[in-house]
Write a protein that binds this ligand. Structure first.
Ligand code: GLN
Length: 486
């Protein structure tokens, strides 16, 4: 039964349709595996066993009747900042410990409508702020490849759940790299769609001009399928784009002869782990052998991406997080004498250290007298970074880079030095600042058997080209087929 858990979504779908097993059996296989191994990994904040079995039962009834659904009977898990009706959404924060969502996020509704089974809610950095999953109120997620190492963040649980074989696919969010960086560190596929491709309605916001929801999967085909299901215009999210959704899944097989792949010189810098660098060069060679044209490009403002992000993201976070004040949601400090003291105590007790740091930085950047020097300036630099990409995409269809400068690091290694932690997103942040889609796919292993990720960046709303490039790499290599033993 445990073998069921290694199946990709497309493999499991076929077997469900052929009645080789039922969705209840598949769901139970995952639930048993989570029970047995999640004590060590800590990928889940809540496991929704009862809901999952109910959903599996109803999927089985539909399969019996010959009904179809893109994800009919497929067990998924969801990052704990995306609402599922009747289930807690904690954002891995003490301040939301007792918050139960009264409604489904649009992506939740979409996966439910396509027949998926929801196994539970996944651990993450508190309010999605972090790159190592060490800021969760619910404890660290461990990397299934080496439990002394971080899974990356902030979607640490969503990434770890795939090599751990705890779900067929997961949904996470990416504000500065939180899908791609943990996907790289855990050795799975992670896709951040174009800003506007996927509705964020019902996702608890971190930085609204940067946040996107996206899938994690065992292979590119599954990522294409999940993206297909969750994409599209939503009247509940004014930033969702009214642009037709391509048929990602059915167009994957086209070859990539003549595809132009840009390699930016600014991404091969000091501090890039030589083993990562070597794997990326090997991946580029694979693309050459598949007939792609490799082009040297330049993204000159790359060095400003991290500082720009760390003005914009905390500024927007300080505004978004103002609503957690002990009045309407979640935790409220007791024993306060007046309203002001209640606000003060609730936030002091309810938020962790990293979240407080971001709120303070953001409040400072937005305060009168500093707004122009920080926030406005950062927005101007953001435009320059966008221009770099517009120019680059005149020359190429896709950009290939490392996803993360290093493989998974050890717990505690970067926690005392926020700057070194922030730099782990040096290659991912620009896609959020510019809105373009990006994905990470497994492209190698280090000498100590840790996964390495290749990042592919594409033109806005051209996820299809990214997925095609990623799929061709996968069917010609085998890195995504390896799993750690837990
Ligand atoms: N690691 C980055 C941060 O800490 C990105 C987080 C994210 O994408 N949610 O802000």
């Amino acid at each position: 039964m445990s073998d069921f858990c290694a199946l990709t979504i497309s493999e499991a779908k076929e077997k469900l349709e052929n009645k080789e097993f039922t969705s209840i059996e598949l769901t139970n296989a995952y639930l048993n595996r989570i029970k047995k191994h999640d004590k060590d990994i800590n990928a889940f904040i809540s496991v929704t066993e009862e809901l999952a079995l109910q959903m599996a039962k109803s999927a089985d009834e539909k399969i019996q009747k010959g009904e179809k659904g893109d994800l009919l009977g497929i067990p998924l898990a969801i990052k704990d900042l995306i609402n599922v009706k009747g289930i807690p959404s904690t954002c891995a924060s003490k301040i939301l410990t007792n918050f139960v969502s009264p409604f489904d996020a649009t992506v939740t509704k979409k996966v439910k409508d396509s027949g998926a089974v929801i196994l539970g809610k996944l651990n993450m950095d508190e309010f999605a702020m972090g790159s190592s999953n060490e800021t969760s109120y619910y404890g660290n997620v461990k990397n299934p490849w080496d439990k002394e190492r971080v899974p990356g963040g902030s979607s640490g649980g969503a990434a770890a759940a795939l090599p751990a074989q705890f779900a067929a696919g997961t949904l996470g969010s990416d504000t500065g790299g939180s899908i791609r960086q943990p996907a790289a560190l855990c050795g799975c596929v992670g896709l951040k769609p174009t800003y506007g491709r996927v509705s964020r309605f019902g996702m608890i916001a971190f930085a609204s001009s940067l946040d996107q929801i996206g899938p994690f999967a065992k292979d590119v085909k599954d990522a294409a399928l999940l993206l297909q299901v969750i994409s599209g215009k939503d009247s509940f999210d004014a930033t969702s784009a009214d642009i037709p959704v391509d048929n990602y899944y059915d167009s994957l097989e086209q070859d990539i002869k003549g595809m132009k792949i840009g390699v930016p010189k600014e991404y091969f810098i000091d501090g890039l782990d030589p083993e990562v660098e070597k794997s990326i060069h090997n991946a580029i060679d694979v693309y050459k052998s598949l007939g792609a044209e490799i082009i040297d490009i330049s993204l000159p403002n790359t060095k400003y991406a991290v500082p720009t992000y760390y003005v914009i993201a905390p500024s927007e976070a300080s505004s978004n997080l103002a609503r957690f004040d002990g009045v309407r949601y979640g935790y409220r400090s007791e024993n306060s004498h007046d309203l002001h003291e209640m606000y003060f105590n609730t936030k002091s007790e309810g938020f962790g250290a990293e979240v407080k740091r971001r709120i303070m930085i953001g409040t400072f950047c937005l305060s009168s007298g500093y707004y122009d020097a920080y926030y406005l300036k950062a927005q101007k630099v953001r435009t320059l970074i966008k221009k770099d990409f517009d120019d680059a995409f005149q020359q190429c269809d896709v950009i290939a880079t490392p996803t993360s400068p290093t493989t998974a690091f050890k717990f505690g290694e970067k926690m005392s030095d926020p700057m070194s932690m922030y730099l782990s997103d040096i290659f991912t942040i620009s896609a959020n600042l510019t809105g373009i889609p990006g994905m990470s796919i497994p492209c190698g292993f280090s000498g100590n058997n840790l996964p390495i990720g290749l990042q592919l960046l594409g033109k806005s709303f051209d996820e299809l080209t990214l997925l095609r490039a990623a799929h061709q790499f996968q069917i010609n290599t085998g890195f995504h087929k390896q799993f750690p033993s837990l």
